[in-house]
Design a protein around this ligand. Structure first.
Ligand SMILES: Nc1ncnc2c1ncn2[C@@H]1O[C@H](COP(=O)(O)OP(=O)(O)OP(=O)(O)O)[C@@H](O)[C@H]1O
Length: 657
């Protein structure tokens, strides 16, 4: 039975801002929505059928996190169901006494024992409810934490390629609703359990009173159940379709208050521009919220009307039964109370079942993410790397980014011997940073072979590769923690690191001396009492971190871009000094002054290796490297014959073409 009409794609309003800033409507892939609709287009019955599976999943998680709390909730909820049934029997007994023959005083005094029993039952019910609430309150945050840990652990373990894949990022985004939903599912499970038990109790009493009363009760609650189900499914579809729009609005809002954008936001008037777009996008979202609200109101009105008609039929039938003498007045009185409380219980049960269903949709997204993340996670285990390693070799290595036709690296063959300083040179986009990512084990070659002393990284234990590589990229992380932790985070689990040596090595020790609390100064402006460093000072902390790591291969990508001329010369000297027989240094830079003393220089062009050798031989060859070197030398006034001159002045070096 199809209870729901397929909704129109949620695509009507495309804001101008989406067109202007993002090149078109930001909507979740509608192909996905179509596919999901098959799942969502479920009847009430199938949602109820799926319930045991959903409940079992949540209960398993709850069982793993806090067994005593879960058992307490179960016992307390079952007890409450019992008190509900006893309460109805008490009502029946009281009504029986009150409607019996005899004087008013006698009838009231006959009812007293049942009234006392009723009070005891009510107190017991209240105590059980409060016991259950406190245990469920203890359980819920634990379930959310467990689910969050699963989510974050899986996200941190996936391959870099997955992180850079837009589809997967969307999955990460939607799955973040999962942990809070898992928490709410515990509450919904408890409420559902409560509803089921109360309803069984009421249903049992009603069936005993008269067999027709239970079907009538169900008739009253069914339309409300249908309405609630339809509203929640439409809300879910809408959330999914608008998730990117919401993300983009948050991005714009974030930019308005971000520190890094603060200068342009003010000086270039970007603030006004972004605010206008923020409003524009918020208005589109409001249109969708209004549409949903109208739909919800209409659905609920229809459900209430149908439920009212069912109630009318029920009470009419009861009146007919009384008048035909087939139902006693006391039974009818109890039945009215039971139908009222029963339909309230059933209504609540439908709502909680429905929220269980709705929350489970989000938990399902998280499950889907966990499965996908599991498929795309960095494999554990593999061949051990030789220690010490003598050489890293690339043979015919090619690599393309997903969705890109031209390979970022093509048929690359080169060697990186331990103890040497290897420089990677080439124009923007020639593939240097991509090669760095491959060397660090962040990406694996699509074809060809990258090996540490003959052990192919595709078969090697990736953890061991990560352990042996120290990475200082152009956009290295400026961790919002203390100066000390900013260096020690290079080897987070090491207890034997030499912080002083690492800081002295890069010059970060002198910077720390000027900080209010030395190495214990917090380097995160967002917190009170924290200090901020200049770009060049941060780079020295980055270098110290890279050195602290004590790796076999140190890869530095533009390590001196923010350093003043003196600091730059010193930094290149220090970087050269890092190479020893156990360790290689891979240097990526556009500053030819730093490249000059490298033992081996590889020149890349459009992902291919076009020249290799040392500085002198490459200059003598008069090729691409020589022209890049001369171009920079000329800029600093050394003239075309600057084979011996070293252009190391500050300012950004011109990008070779
Ligand atoms: N994450 C990515 N996804 C898709 N393509 C990418 C990605 N990163 C880089 N590319 C593409 O791969 C090619 C090589 O880029 P790469 O960053 O390796 O060059 P580079 O030599 O380091 O450049 P630069 O000197 O500007 O830092 C470029 O065409 C670039 O557009």
């Amino acid at each position: 039975m199809r209870l729901l009409k397929r909704p129109k794609p949620v695509e009507s309003a495309v804001s101008d801002s989406e067109r202007e800033l993002f090149g078109g409507p930001l909507r979740y892939d509608l192909g996905w929505t179509d596919h999901e609709w098959d799942f969502l287009e479920t009847s009430l019955l199938s949602a109820v059928r799926a319930m045991p599976r959903m409940v079992a999943g949540t209960l398993r998680l709850a069982w793993r996190t806090d067994r005593p709390a879960l058992l307490t909730v179960g016992v307390a909820e079952a007890g409450q169901g019992l008190t509900a049934a006893l309460g109805l029997l008490v009502v029946n007994s009281v009504l029986g006494s009150l409607l019996a023959d005899g004087s008013a005083a006698d009838r009231v005094s006959d009812a007293v024992p049942a009234l006392i029993a009723g009070a005891v039952v009510a107190v017991a019910g209240a105590l059980l409810a409060s016991w259950s609430t406190s245990a469920a309150g203890r359980l819920e945050p634990k379930v959310e934490r467990a689910a969050n840990e699963q989510y974050l652990h899986a996200a941190a373990r996936v391959e870099l390629e997955a992180i850079e894949d837009g589809e997967f990022r969307r999955l990460i985004d939607t799955a973040q609703h999962g942990p809070p939903s898992a928490r709410r599912m515990v509450g919904a499970c408890v409420a559902t359990m409560n509803g089921v038990i109360s309803l069984l109790a009421v249903g049992g009493v009603l069936t005993v009173l008269h067999p027709l009363l239970l079907p009538m009760l169900l008739l009253i609650a069914a339309p409300r159940g249908w309405g609630a189900m339809r509203v929640s499914q439409r809300r879910y579809l809408s959330v999914m379709a608008w998730v990117e729009h919401l993300r983009a609005s948050r991005l714009i809002a974030g930019l308005l208050i971000s520190r890094s954008a603060a200068h342009e936001v003010r000086v270039h008037g970007v603030g006004r521009f972004l605010l206008r777009h923020y409003r524009n996008m918020a208005e589109s979202a409001e249109t969708e919220a209004t549409r949903l609200a109208k739909d919800k109101a209409a659905t609920e009105l229809l459900a209430a009307a149908l439920s009212g008609v069912a109630a009318l039929i029920t009470y009419g039938a009861m009146a007919a039964l009384i008048m035909s003498g087939r139902m006693e007045l006391a039974v009818a009185g109890t039945a009215v109370v039971a139908v009222r409380s029963g339909s309230a219980s059933l209504g609540a049960l439908v709502m909680t079942t429905n929220s269980l269903h709705e929350e489970s949709l989000y938990v399902r997204d998280m499950e889907r993410f966990l499965t996908e993340a599991g498929n795309r996670s960095i494999p554990s285990g593999g061949l051990p790397l030789p220690e010490p390693t003598k050489v890293i070799t690339l043979e015919g290595v090619s690599f393309s980014y997903p969705g890109r036709e031209t390979p970022a690296l093509a048929e690359l063959s080169l060697t990186i011997p331990m103890g040497s300083v290897v420089a990677l040179v080439g124009e923007n986009g020639s593939g240097k940073s991509t090669l760095v990512k491959l060397l660090a084990g962040l990406h694996l070659p699509d074809s060809g072979r990258l090996a540490w002393d003959g052990v192919d990284v595709a078969e090697a234990d990736r953890e061991q590769i990560f352990d042996r590589v120290s990475l200082l990229t152009q956009d290295f992380e400026r961790w919002p923690v203390t100066a000390r932790a900013n260096i020690e985070i290079g080897r987070p689990d090491a207890a034997d690191g030499d912080l002083t040596a690492a800081a002295r090595y890069s010059g970060a020790d002198l910077i720390a001396e000027t900080l209010p609390k030395g190495f214990d100064t917090l380097l995160a402006r967002v917190f009170r009492g924290a200090s901020e460093l200049s770009g060049g000072q941060w780079q020295k902390f980055g270098l110290a971190r890279a050195q602290y790591r004590d790796a076999r291969m140190i890869v530095v990508d533009e390590p001196t871009s923010a350093l003043d001329p003196g600091a730059e010369i010193a930094a290149f000297d220090r970087i050269r000094g890092l190479a020893d027989e156990r360790r290689a240094v891979v240097l990526v830079t556009h500053r030819m002054s730093g490249v000059r003393y490298a033992d081996l220089i590889y020149v890349l062009h459009e992902g291919r290796l076009v020249e290799q050798g040392d500085h002198e031989s490459l200059l003598a060859a008069g090729g691409r490297y020589a022209s890049m070197f001369h171009m920079q030398a000329e800029q600093y006034g050394h003239g075309a014959g600057a084979g011996t001159g070293v252009p190391h002045q500050g300012g950004s070096a011109p990008k070779p073409t």
